[in-house]
Ligand binder design. Sequence first.
Ligand code: COA
Length: 425
Amino acid sequence: MSKALEGVRVLDFTHVQSGPTCTQLLAWFGADVIKVERPGTGDVTRGQLRDVPNADSLYFTMLNHNKRSITLDTKNPKGKQVLEALIKTCDVLVENFAPGVLDRMGFSWERIEALNPRMIVASIKGFGPGPYEDCKVYENVAQCAGGSASTTGFRDGPPLVTGAQIGDSGTGLHLALGIVTALYQRTATGRGQRVDVAMQDSVLNLCRVKLRDQQRLAHGPLKEYPQYGESLPFGEAVPRAGNASGGGQPGWILKCKGWETDPNAYIYFITQAPAWDKICNLIGKPDWITDPDYAKPEARLNKLSAIFDTIEEWTKTKTKFEVMALCNPLDIPCGPILSMKEIAEDQSLRATGTVVEVDHPVRGPYLTVGNPIKLSASPTEVVRSPLLGEHTDEILKQVLGLGAEELAEVRASGALEPIVKQAAE
Ligand code: COA
């Protein structure tokens, strides 16, 4: 076995970002991922945010590597038959349709289970059962409903969404874990099961430290939050904490040399307690090592902002990389604010396969994020995303074993013809 999930066949009904993130991971681990798309248009992201005319967008290509694409009208009677046959031969069906779509298509869990009792049906929805279960949901809705937006940003500003796609890609990651766990359980039970992940739940899971703080609030002010040092009262809910660290070691983003013109000339600086002496010496404040107002972490909590202002006077005299070079040998944790340009050019990320250059027959070479999960016995090779319907014949012949006559029958049924009404949507 050269890949961890070799032999696992995935019927991939996903679209946009959340579901495709999950099935791309499964494909990178060696699963045969068959992406079922609407004839004519396919995954809506193929055409969204296009940068090269008539080429699949980067939005699509960067989320659909290592998959095969079949186009099939699953509302056409013959298309439904083909889908049934695929369900019988696959191990996992993954979907992130709007609530109720799969049932309307005629493929409820009960029906799928009857067709293939070993099938794992994995679904992403915006919300779990409850008042919002029927809602259509996109990334930022989940960030807002999952507690991220109310706790991101500065206290005196509005709630903020973050650039990290924790609602979509974060949920895809959760779903992938659910699927491999269900596959593992199947080895003992011989049966499939449903795997359901709600985007709101995934975001909340990633925000659990903020639910921690919500409960700590009942026992007094959150002393590591900047407003404590500013003597501002806390309300009933966890406030936005700016760039404060979510853990027990205070941190903040500080300006570095060049900040006046470079929007990313900043560093995240953590005043970790065991490194305090070294920090004091480094920034020219050796008296803080013994001064009772500064020596102990508890004593520093009510003046963190002023402490970071002082450290910033020092970081402003160095570039973010110079600060890194001086702090790292002293075990002072810090991290440069890297722009996407710097990340794209970073040779060490290329060397590990985290940033990969891929060639595409229509758009040419482009950069993508490779598999961030490195398995020593299951290496990942990133293969370009499929063109729309590129593997339709191949899948009908190889996976379903259709002969020339049956293939002609499927064609004649119209199940592979562009869906005109939906294409215009
Ligand atoms: N053949 C025929 N019809 C197909 C098809 C195929 N191969 N694939 C999809 N369709 C149809 C569906 O049956 C559905 O038709 P219906 O509404 O008449 O039943 C239709 O396409 C639309 O599917 P849907 O998933 O509802 O797309 P949408 O554009 O209306 O909604 C989302 C998009 C993302 C809002 C919605 O899918 C959603 O809420 N998904 C769950 C949460 C999620 O993952 N959100 C994040 C996306 S990154």
